[in-house]
Design a binder for this molecule. Structure first.
Ligand SMILES: C[S@@+](CC[C@H](N)C(=O)[O-])C[C@H]1O[C@@H](n2cnc3c(N)ncnc32)[C@H](O)[C@@H]1O
Length: 198
């Protein structure tokens, strides 16, 4: 689901980029355990900072960065530093129906995207489908109680089909053959972590 005006303001700004570069990127990088992060997919890439973090901090050789919103993809292309041009490829694509072959990627990233999909289970199914065996799935997502908080409900436009508890998220990953290997949970607010496909 595309972002509303408030979400665009929250997401498309330098402070969000600062957080991705200096907090989320390093935190997730420490949780990963693959020797190399060669071919990566980022779903819901937004303005494209995450894809650059994946190259800079995970050493990715190639990142396919996808977003359902063509305007976000245009923004991401404008933000792309010249040195990343041959490493990052942008695509308009729906995380719930990716046109990528099975088991193509070493890694999939979701920086705050699964909870924006109308059916989060479909998105998880797609993540697992395109991930190779032994590949890693990095996630950073808010949980249902946070999304139901008065301010979030009033000013943002999240689909109810994107809400989950931590237990539901873990069970769904497990049923899609992804085991959570490292995770940080901030109460009932958000989770950050990495899973591995078995
Ligand atoms: C909260 S923003 C996060 C953007 C970026 N990952 C970040 O961390 O700054 C969520 C992004 O997911 C995209 N999105 C929402 N639903 C999607 C879907 N079904 N498939 C792909 N992208 C989607 C939105 O257009 C938006 O750019």
């Amino acid at each position: 689901m595309k972002l509303n005006l408030v979400e665009r303001l929250i997401t498309n700004n330098p402070f969000r980029s600062f957080l991705q570069r200096n907090v989320e990127g390093p935190l997730l990088r420490k949780m990963g355990s693959l020797p190399e992060y060669t071919l990566c997919l980022e779903i819901g890439c937004g303005r494209g900072i995450g894809a650059q973090v994946i190259v800079e901090q995970f050493g990715a050789e190639k990142v396919i960065a996808a977003d359902i919103d063509p305007e976000q993809i245009e923004r991401a292309k404008e933000n792309l530093k010249p040195e990343f041009k041959d490493k990052i490829e942008f695509r308009v694509a729906d995380a719930m129906a990716l046109s990528e072959p099975d088991e193509k990627f070493d890694v999939v990233f979701s920086f705050g995207v699964i909870h924006h999909t109308e059916d989060w289970r479909k998105a998880i199914k797609e993540v697992s489908r395109v991930l190779r065996y032994g590949g890693e799935f990095f996630f950073e997502e808010p949980l249902r109680p946070f999304l139901r908080n008065f301010f979030v409900r009033t000013f943002t436009g999240h689909p109810s089909g994107g809400e989950f508890s931590f237990e539901e998220f873990r069970e769904e990953l497990n049923s899609m053959n992804i085991d959570i290997i490292k995770m940080k949970r901030i109460g009932n607010i958000a989770i950050f972590g990495v899973g591995r496909k078995r």
